[in-house]
Write a protein that binds this ligand. Structure first.
Ligand code: OOB
Length: 528
């Protein structure tokens, strides 16, 4: 077993097997259909099921030939391209463990992920979104002694071309289903993201049960506009859920209506997963585009709280089924059901996917609202290599403390009311306030910084930085370029910056962030 991985206690594992949640499926075996049906389409090309299967086998053999062994970790940072799918399947088949980074991550995050995971390889595109990932790889390689290979999709420069890796397929031992299949990134509550081990057993169940709940079948055409490496798009039911049953997956580079609506019409897309800001954009754009979107059957929306008016506007605009998904990379998924009453769909975040999900709402003040705790057949028992943090993130009986404040409706659905943890949810990206505060406090003229989220109609929440300075106050542009120079992802940069002379303080003398948040909330949204 992989060091640093916390398995389920034996009695739970036995029960999940006995009750059929963990039948021994492995993720690499999911799309083993050998047919000429189209499996995957991206901007450049398409793959039939037979081609996808063959390419995954060839890449699995090639990875082994490069010396990458079962159990080794590989940081994968690719955009929404078919090669991401081929690579992950190859890793699952070879027992190699992909660490799913997001395209927006930069030096600070990637170097940290390489170090924490002990990755032996790092996979990048040559350029994407105007950014040269080979430069990033040079910086990362310089500080990551364990890293042996950088594999590049496209022009490799001094590195190895991903296209040169595939080799003649060879028989390989099937990985142990109870072993770690991949490492997902947490939204991050305290500083940089944590690594979430997902086993074949647990994630295959996650995928299968989500696909059943969403009635995915071979006629499903699933469009990916969120980053494909995010849990929502990858396995809830996502790409894997659709490929498992012979449907078609269409990968799009971004979610802008002008680019994606024609694609929906051309490919007859029936299902898509969106974050609330994108759903709002789509609903607004619907009237302006004369495109046939009648193929759409199911809009999934999740990642942050969807406001009721926005849910109703989406129903008006699209007239198809809307589904709220309240999920987390750590495991637990809640869905509204396809046949739920409209009222529940627009006002709640759904209920747990599995009959084996155990949820507790720790209501400490009798308000009916409290922190959500959970354990179950697809929820982690510990973050990877995080013994100290695990002592506070889990109860002694194995429940994960989600940090989300929820309340239960009489119908048994959950409503997300906020967060216990100090985290900003900007357009679905989770940003830990303390991490940004840490960077800001290193800026020469900043003495203290407090970062809070403020409600924002477009982004869900925006990042507001309050700073106390000694000397000239930095402008937003100066802060942005400072963060960029430190290799911090652009999506973490503050959206506004405000200089204060003194702080509101709590009774023990800490900066009172709730008071800061109230100041922002009392202002018109255009401010800042
Ligand atoms: C999804 O996963 P993560 O890991 O990026 O973020 C999880 C956190 C949750 O703990 C919660 O704070 C928030 O994001 N969240 C929601 C929500 N869905 C996620 N808050 C309110 N309403 C929702 N519907 O974001 C994720 C993973 C799988 C499926 C969908 C979303």
């Amino acid at each position: 077993m992989m060091e640093g991985f916390v398995p389920w206690p034996a009695e739970f594992a036995e029960r999940y097997r006995r009750e059929g949640y963990w039948p021994g499926e492995t993720l690499g075996g999911l799309p083993r259909l050998h047919s000429g049906r189209t499996a995957l389409v991206d901007e450049h090309r398409s793959w039939t099921y037979a081609e996808l299967d063959r390419d995954a086998d060839r890449l699995a053999a090639g990875l082994r030939r490069l010396g990458i062994q079962a159990g080794d970790r590989v940081v994968v940072q690719l955009p929404n391209v078919g090669e991401f799918v081929v690579l992950c399947l190859a890793c699952y088949r070879a027992g190699v463990v992909p660490v799913l980074a997001l395209p927006g991550h930069r030096r600070t995050e990637i170097a940290y992920l390489c170090e924490l995971s002990g990755a032996v390889a790092y996979v990048i595109p040559d350029r994407h979104g105007g950014f040269d990932f080979r430069e990033l790889a040079r910086d990362v390689a310089a500080v990551s002694p364990a890293l042996q290979q950088v594999l590049v999709l496209g022009d490799p420069g001094e590195f190895t071309s991903l296209a040169s890796v595939p080799a003649e397929p060879e028989p390989m031992p099937v990985p142990d289903p109870s072993g770690v299949a991949m490492l997902l990134l947490s939204g991050g509550t305290t500083g940089l993201p944590k690594l979430i081990p997902r086993t074949h057993d647990d994630y295959a169940y996650n995928v299968r049960a989500s696909a059943d709940l969403c009635a995915v079948n071979e006629d499903t055409c699933y469009l990916v506009v969120l980053p494909v490496s995010h849990n929502f798009a990858w396995g809830c039911p996502g790409v894997l859920g659709v490929l498992r049953v012979g449907g078609k997956v269409v990968l799009a580079g971004n979610g802008s209506p002008a680019e994606v609506f024609p694609l929906v019409a051309r490919e007859r897309v029936s299902m898509v997963a969106l974050v609330p800001p994108l759903l709002v954009l789509w609903s607004d754009a619907r009237r302006r585009f004369d495109v046939d979107l009648s193929s759409l059957r199911l809009l999934q929306v999740g990642g942050s709280k969807l406001a009721e008016p926005q849910a109703r506007a989406a129903l008006d605009a699209f007239g198809c089924t809307l589904q709220q998904v309240f999920g987390m990379a750590e495991g637990l998924l809640n869905f509204t059901r396809l046949d739920d009453p409209e009222e529940e769909v627009v006002t709640t975040q759904g209920r747990p996917l599995s009959p084996a999900d155990e949820v507790r709402v720790v209501d400490q003040d009798g308000t009916g609202c409290g922190e959500l705790l959970t354990r179950g057949p697809y929820t982690l028992r510990g973050y990877y290599r995080a013994e100290d943090h695990n002592r506070v993130a889990f109860t002694p009986d194995g429940y994960y403390r989600t940090g989300d404040l929820v309340r239960l409706t009489p119908a048994g659905n959950l409503v997300v009311e906020g967060r216990v943890k100090d985290q900003i949810n900007r357009a679905g990206e989770k940003i830990a306030a303390v991490e940004i505060e840490g960077y800001l406090s290193e800026y020469p003229s900043i003495r203290e910084a407090a970062v809070v989220g403020a409600a924002d109609a477009r982004l869900g929440e925006r990042i507001c930085a309050f700073v106390r300075v000694d000397g000239p106050a930095p402008s937003l542009t100066e802060i942005r370029s400072f963060l960029r120079s430190r290799g911090v992802a652009a999506f973490k940069a503050p959206d506004s910056i405000e200089v204060v002379n003194s702080w509101p303080l709590t009774s023990v003398g800490k900066i009172d962030k709730k008071a800061l948040a109230r100041i922002l909330a009392e202002r018109p949204q255009s401010d800042g």
